[in-house]
Design a protein around this ligand. Structure first.
Ligand code: 5AD
Ligand code: SF4
Length: 433
């Protein structure tokens, strides 16, 4: 009989893909199948995120809950970015944890399983060419890693310490993976990396030098592949060539994530982001002029150490000028082993909260304004999710979530949908073609 594994995945899309890889390895080599009930699991995995402090502190209370109610002989493994940065400390604080597996050691999952109290957290470990077994949680959309690690030195960010140096995955492996996914029914792929538009800067083996533009061009040749998305690009690497390929390649979805972080050039410098307010606005202008329907999403950190009221106003100013389609906003959270951890000009918590509220309120205004013009618009939607209330949902090319009344017959299909009603994050429509 097959054993059961329960995985809780926190954090980003890269973590989701890592969880798929772990499930695939466990299934193929150890005969595990997935369960959504941890109480019946033989193995419980938490794939953690450490980008902010909150999820890290929640980890130990969650581990306690798992330990109390789990099946008697079942094992608990802590994986992902918090595993990388806390390592052995996790077993010291929660001695019932059976193993700790860092974000760059995913391929060792079937090995640590059999070693009592194993801790594998080497951030120099190179998995860029590891042939993971195949598993995808969605048939319709395939996550594909194009690089591992991150070479940027953003002063607030823990990721280089949890995922190590950046290494690109060879072009032929990515193309083969995309071919396999499309032959199994995925018409959309989602390319993943910490800095996707820095693709090709370094490979671990001796591979042909190719950049991100070339990667997009090669993937576009796959006939059965209709849509390509990617995350996350870095504004610093958004040169004209990149924007031109993005705009002119019909298979590349017109949705761009442009993580601003701050709209103030001095704060950006303190963050070591490598661009200024003006560069960011210039890139948005170029993008919008070449691709008027593009939707732009962003990440914003408020209350970075030393951020004055006036500097914060620059972030609001960029928001007003760009009117982002989606904003992920965060209060700065000091992280261990980062440069900013030692910055002393801490912004008071009440000021940080007030700034976050202002960012969120301004964004809501922008969304309401945009949505008010949506009724009657028609979008080509690729359907990928079924709900049990009689609806299916999908995304437009420019990343708007749209749902219609319908069943699984729509999954993996494209339809033209006319918008009939609006809510803040989801639009509802009717199929017209
Ligand atoms: N504090 C708050 N937000 C952070 N992010 C990364 N590090 C921190 C931090 N120390 C945010 C950034 C990044 C997103 C994934 O998380 O906005 O783009
Ligand atoms: Fe993803 Fe960063 Fe969180 Fe790691 S720390 S899971 S890379 S968001």
């Amino acid at each position: 009989m097959s054993k059961k594994v329960f995985i809780e995945t926190l954090g980003c899309a890269m973590n989701e893909r890592d969880s798929e890889h772990m499930l695939a390895e466990l299934n193929k080599k150890e005969n595990y199948s997935a369960t959504t009930d941890f109480k019946e699991a033989d193995l419980i995995l938490i794939n953690t995120c450490s980008v902010r402090e909150k999820p890290v502190s929640k980890l130990f209370s969650e581990l306690g809950v798992f330990n109390k109610s789990k099946k008697e002989d079942s094992k608990i493994g802590v994986c992902g970015c918090t595993a990388s940065h806390l390592g052995e400390e996790i077993i010291k604080r929660a001695p019932y944890v059976d193993f700790v597996l860092g974000a760059r050691n995913v391929s060792k999952i079937t090995e640590v399983l059999h070693r009592s109290k194993a801790v594998e957290v080497d951030i120099d470990y190179d998995e860029s060419e590891f042939a993971f077994s195949d598993f995808r949680s969605s048939t319709y959309k395939a996550f594909i890693n194009i690089s591992i690690g991150c070479d940027k030195q953003c002063t607030y960010c823990i990721v280089p310490k949890t995922r190590g140096e950046e290494i690109s995955i060879p072009l032929n492996l990515i193309v083969n993976e995309a071919r396999r996914a499309t032959s199994k029914g995925a018409k959309e792929i989602f390319l993943l990396g910490q800095n996707v538009n820095n693709y090709g800067r370094r490979f671990s083996g001796n591979h042909e030098k190719v950049n991100f533009t070339k990667l997009l061009q090669e993937l576009s040749k796959i006939k059965t592949l209709e849509r390509i998305r990617f995350t996350s690009p870095h504004p610093f690497h958004m040169d004209d060539e990149f924007i031109e390929e993005f705009s002119s390649n019909p298979k590349v979805c017109k949705s761009m994530h442009m993580p601003l972080q701050s709209g103030n050039t001095k704060v950006l410098k303190d963050m070591k982001r490598g661009y200024s307010k003006e560069w960011f606005l210039d890139r948005v202008k170029k993008l919008r002029s070449m691709c008027p329907d593009v939707s732009i999403s962003t990440d914003i950190i408020v209350a970075f150490p030393g951020e004055s009221d006036q500097e914060f106003e620059d972030t609001m100013d960029v928001m007003r000028q760009v009117e982002f389609d989606q904003v992920f906003s965060f209060k700065y959270s000091p992280r261990p082993e980062t440069e900013a951890e030692h910055f002393t000009e801490v912004v008071a918590p009440d000021i940080a909260s007030a700034r976050l509220t202002r960012v969120q309120e301004l964004h809501t205004e922008h969304i309401d304004k945009k949505n008010s013009t949506q009724i009657g618009n028609v979008y080509r939607v690729y359907f990928e999710e079924l709900f049990n209330d009689g609806y299916v949902s999908g995304r437009s090319d420019n990343n708007i979530v749209i749902k219609i009344k319908g069943s699984d017959e729509y999954l993996g299909e494209f339809r033209d949908v006319q918008i009939t009603s609006i809510a803040r994050t989801v639009l509802t429509g009717e199929v017209i073609k």
